[in-house]
Design a binder for this molecule. Structure first.
Ligand code: F6R
Length: 248
């Protein structure tokens, strides 16, 4: 596991975007795994800039997203589908036919999850998976206690996640209770992992992930077992680490 500590969020974003861009240049038909949330936004902005100003070409890239809320259609402004279009896909040249995001409105959720796993396998697996991390150590919607071998499935959101999400919705009944998420095992099969984190609220989770014992209670700790995992964090997120890590 390579841990890269940067001065601030802006540098974390640039570094993450540079890693992604370098793979896209080297392998134009690569398969990228995307995350949503606040942390990757800076990297996505930088990818848009690289596309516009330097011609970074995504036309042959295939993408898979980590997760989506059950019950939200792609047009819902809080859906992860909407987030991806707004924050990345509408501004670069990914072919919509090669974009895969879990379907929150799937009638047969279990069938959909099995199909999603098969689709990832059929395209040859994910080359690079981008990950954020929850303050509780979750990756995707694999909340504490998730099996470290889990596959794409429906998960009940934790009470804390439901409470945290309340502010994004106008009515209580609108707050999603379930999500479709890639499993920890699915994520671990990506050939490369790129986990980004910023800010002191992530310091405990990063310390557990980098230096703690591997436990389902902090699903992100399994990243220690990946052969090609890079963790790009800023100084605040690194503030709980005891070891010394590269600043470049
Ligand atoms: C989103 C996802 C989540 C987030 C995590 C951190 O697709 O998979 O695991 O990465 O909750 O979110 P932020 O970046 O908003 O702190």
């Amino acid at each position: 596991m390579l841990v890269i500590v940067k001065e601030n969020y802006g540098e974390v974003s640039k570094e993450a975007a540079a890693e992604i861009a370098s793979l896209v240049r080297e392998k134009p038909d690569c398969v990228l795994g995307f995350a949503t949330g606040g942390t990757p936004l800076g990297a996505y902005k930088e990818l848009i800039r690289l596309h516009r100003e330097e011609g970074l070409d995504f036309s042959k890239v295939t993408t898979f997203n980590l997760d989506e809320y059950v019950g939200l259609p792609p047009s819902h402004p809080k859906s992860y589908h909407y987030y991806m279009l707004e924050n990345l896909f509408n501004h670069i040249n990914v072919d919509p036919r090669n974009m895969f995001i879990p379907m929150g409105m799937a009638e047969n959720v279990h069938g959909f999850c099995a199909w999603y796993e098969e689709k990832i396998e059929k395209v040859g697996g994910i080359d690079l998976q981008i990950l954020g991390i929850g303050a509780n150590g979750h990756i995707a919607f694999n909340e504490p206690g998730s099996s470290l071998g889990s596959r794409t499935r429906i998960k009940t959101l934790s009470e804390k996640t439901i409470r945290d999400n309340r502010r994004f919705f106008t009515k209580e009944e609108e707050v999603p209770r379930y999500a479709i998420t890639m499993g920890v095992g699915t994520i671990m099969e990506a050939r490369q992992l790129l986990l980004v984190a910023s800010g002191a609220t992530k310091a405990d989770a990063i310390r557990a992930t980098v230096e703690g014992p591997i436990t389902a209670w902090y699903p992100a700790t399994i990243v220690q077992m990946h052969r090609f995992a890079t963790i790009v964090i800023d100084k605040d997120a690194a503030s709980g680490l005891r070891g010394s890590y590269a600043g470049f």
